[in-house]
Design a protein around this ligand. Structure first.
Ligand SMILES: Cc1cc2nc3c(=O)[nH]c(=O)nc-3n(C[C@H](O)[C@H](O)[C@H](O)COP(=O)(O)O)c2cc1C
Length: 394
């Protein structure tokens, strides 16, 4: 999901977690969003508007009666693609649930037609209060989207559920809300990362795959409304929110996991770098160093993509090809051999990198070059192509 040039109003209310929103504003600006901060009077007691003014590059709005030449609450609600209230106090949630509009933020939310995301933060005893629970239930039912709170240490020294979710989590909620749900009703299976083929208890053969591409595909698929299973080889990446994640180690384990989730999937994207060979013998004890050279005998692993291509009825199947020579020719050959609908051709420069430039080749051998972009952006472009191919297939 690309946030560039999208417009957000961040409503900050009077909670101790208000300082965390400074980091969120910084993240959103980095994504290219236009950010307008609106603060309640209580919020200005916790963090000065100047902080948000500098980070957002816009004057912070607090007073609904300040002379602006027009009704600021209406203009603001027309301007924004969405509103996020973070931290949302028990007081402001209560006002929203009761239809009270007595400051710029609550008046603007009342005039708003776009999505409203609410990130509550409060002491756990406040959060457990039946009044607060009722209020949250009421406005959830009206379509407000809640993110958090989470469990953990609270600013007041207590521990429990009531903590504001971290800025990356709020960022993900924003992307989620702004992404059209064009993969609703789809069950997506994505594989990611390298595999490790053991030699002995401490050594293995592997490759440089970081898993980033597959993880971004899984996240984008979920944002677009698909039910997502991610089967991942060993990586350092965090489990994507809302995605069923299965961790495997070797090509054989990857094969077993894919085989068990494949039948119920409607779209399968194999972005993992599965080993083609594995040591024929796995030593049970650590191999001792000797003066002579050592030869390892390797045997073929199962070609998972080839197997899927032979039993793919009714599914849309996407693979990746990494080549160092004759990239497009070899990619087209692989697409045909493995009976794929779409293949993503890339080079070793994409491995273990934040960015990638690729060529998409579809089943009719049409090619589309995508210049260097982030893997998140690339995941969006790949799914847009998948959605087009699905439409063509009827
Ligand atoms: C030190 C301090 C910390 C507070 N932290 C919170 C909080 O985390 N969550 C909350 O709901 N209220 C908190 N409150 C209470 C709110 O500031 C109070 O309800 C205020 O009226 C909220 O106004 P607003 O919703 O218009 O911003 C805190 C109050 C103080 C004095």
């Amino acid at each position: 999901m690309i946030l560039r040039d999208r417009r957000i109003i961040i409503g900050i209310t009077g909670g101790i977690a208000a300082y965390k929103v400074a980091e969120l504003v910084r993240l959103l600006k980095k994504e290219g969003m236009e950010v307008q901060v609106v603060m309640t009077e209580a919020a200005t007691r916790f963090v000065t508007p100047l902080t948000f003014e500098v980070l957002s590059g816009r004057p912070v709005l607090c007073d609904q009666f300040a002379a602006t030449g027009g009704p600021a609450h209406i203009e603001l609600s027309d301007w924004a693609d969405l509103v996020l209230i973070a931290p949302a106090t028990a007081n402001t949630i209560g006002k929203l649930a009761s239809g009270i509009a007595d400051n710029l933020l609550t008046t603007m939310v009342m005039a708003s037609r776009g999505p409203v995301v609410v990130a509550p933060a409060m002491n756990h005893r406040m959060y457990e209060n039946p009044m607060v629970r009722e209020n949250i239930k009421r406005i959830s039912g009206l379509g407000y989207v809640f993110v958090g709170p989470e469990e953990g240490e609270l600013a007041c020294g207590w521990s429990g559920r009531g903590r504001l979710v971290e800025p990356p989590c709020m960022l993900e909620a924003i992307k989620d809300v702004l992404t059209p749900k064009d993969l609703k009703d789809e069950r997506l299976l994505v594989t990611a990362g390298p595999t490790r083929e053991p030699i002995d208890p401490v050594r293995f053969i592997s490759n440089r795959s970081s898993g980033r591409m597959g993880y971004e595909l899984a996240k984008e698929g979920r944002r677009r409304g698909a039910e997502v299973v991610l089967i991942t080889g060993p990586t350092h990446l965090k489990q994507p929110y809302g995605v069923t994640t299965v961790r495997v180690w070797s090509a054989e384990e990857m094969h077993n996991a894919v085989t068990s989730y494949f039948p119920q999937s409607t779209i399968v994207v194999m972005a993992s770098a599965v080993a083609d060979y594995r040591p024929k013998t796995i030593h049970t004890e650590k191999m001792k160093k000797k003066d002579a050279s050592l030869t390892l005998e390797l045997e073929r692993t199962v070609d998972i993509l080839y197997e899927l291509g032979r039993s793919r009825a009714g599914k849309l199947l996407v693979g990746f090809a990494l080549e160092t020579e004759d990239l497009i020719e070899n990619t087209k050959k692989k697409l045909k051999e493995k009976n794929l609908d779409l293949i993503v051709a890339n080079t070793p420069a994409s491995m273990d990198s934040e960015v990638s430039s690729v060529t998409l080749v579809d089943r009719d051998l049409n090619t589309q070059t995508i210049e260097e972009c982030t893997k998140e952006e690339l995941a969006g472009r790949i799914f847009s192509r998948i959605v087009e191919l699905k439409k063509l297939a009827g």
